[in-house]
Design a protein around this ligand. Structure first.
Ligand code: KG4
Ligand code: ZN
Length: 328
């Protein structure tokens, strides 16, 4: 079962080929970071034009590099939201048109759920349920309880800014450029600065990060940027870890996984593994490049969600320790 994944929800154009929900044959991402960084953030009108320019050549390149032919492809998977409307439409129309022309089934998948499946690229994958999934991206911050690989229940999340968005806005306030997450985490160094608030720390599993911007704005220009970046990062990750730990206490999951662009953050990775160790549960985080938007996760999500429903993988023979066992 070979699935061609297509991702274009925001500013990255991604295409990938994944076999049997397990083997990544190839994944290409055309980043628009340089294009948007001159404006200090993503320009929604510019992103789709760039997707349109690169998406077909990228699919061509993927087929060439993986030596796959159109005939080898069993289904096409594409992100259908959430995301920037113009950007989504380029991927969706490409996927729909190719599915029609090549006579392949089309599977449309949710972007957030796809992020979760980037963890199925890891050497091992969850086998015991429920699993706590922590999605931390530029557009979303969600705590999700997975009762099985295909059953999701939202149990908490942000009321305003997403964590990645908070990083991006903080970088803008400090005059550091875009995207903020990697820049802030690279620059961050401990120093003497007033403590930033830890918003809604005692408020169940709900979060709020927009107030941190105001607090940071008041300090910007008065203290070293590196020390402010450090304090900002620590404040956010302390809130996240507290919420994750509370969710574990309440729902007693048998494992946890983290996904989305902010999962590339080294301090966050360290902290979630600390929490998992404390609760003696396994923890999965994707390789940094698969934390960001990519199409491998789209193909994987399609394989598990729609594939499972439609028996697409019914006759696929799978080796032991494969993810398929998780469906039994
Ligand atoms: O998942 P993603 O690629 O796109 C969305 O679906 O939003 O996430 C992008 C977000 C950006 O906000 C970026 O600043 C953040 O992920 N990010 C990071 C790091 N790397 C990327 N945030 C904190 N630390 C990082 N190392
Ligand atoms: Zn994303």
């Amino acid at each position: 079962m070979l699935i061609l994944g297509i991702e274009s929800s925001c500013d990255d154009t991604g295409v990938a080929l994944v076999e049997n929900g397990r083997t990544l044959l190839g994944s290409l991402v055309a980043s628009q970071v340089r294009l948007h960084s001159q404006f200090g953030g993503i320009v929604p009108e510019v992103a789709p034009r760039q997707h349109l320019e690169v998406i077909l050549p990228l699919i061509d390149k993927l087929l060439q590099e993986t030596k796959a032919t159109v005939r080898d492809i069993d289904a096409i998977a594409v992100t259908n939201g959430p995301g920037l409307l113009g950007s989504l439409l380029i991927g969706l129309n490409t996927g729909r048109t190719l599915a029609y022309l090549w006579n392949k089934p089309l599977i449309e998948v949710d972007h957030l759920i796809s992020h979760i499946y980037s963890n199925w690229l890891n050497a091992t994958t969850p086998t015991k349920w429920p699993v706590l999934a922590v999605i931390v991206s530029g557009g979303h911050t969600e705590l999700v309880l997975m009762q099985s690989p295909t059953k999701f229940q939202s149990i908490g999340g942000t009321r305003d800014d997403a964590v990645g968005e908070a990083f991006d806005k903080a970088a803008k306030i400090l005059g550091l450029g875009y995207p903020g997450g990697p820049i802030i985490s690279k620059l961050a160094k401990p120093g003497k600065v007033p403590k930033l608030p830890r918003p809604m720390l005692n408020d169940g599993l709900e979060m709020s990060f927009s107030g941190l911007k105001t607090a940071l704005t008041k300090l910007a220009g008065k203290y070293p940027k590196a020390a402010l970046a450090y304090e900002f990062q620590v404040a956010i990750i302390e809130v996240l870890s507290t919420k994750i730990e509370r969710a574990i206490k309440k729902y007693q999951p048998k494992g946890m996984l983290v996904a989305g662009g902010v999962a590339a953050n080294l301090l966050l990775r360290e902290q979630v593994f600390n929490v998992a160790r404390r609760w003696k549960i396994p923890c999965w985080v994707p390789e940094a490049q698969y934390c960001m938007d990519n199409a491998a996760m789209v193909a994987l999500a399609a394989y598990f969600l729609q594939g499972a429903k439609n028996n697409l993988w019914y006759n696929v023979k799978v080796k032991t320790n494969s993810v398929l066992t998780a469906h039994d």
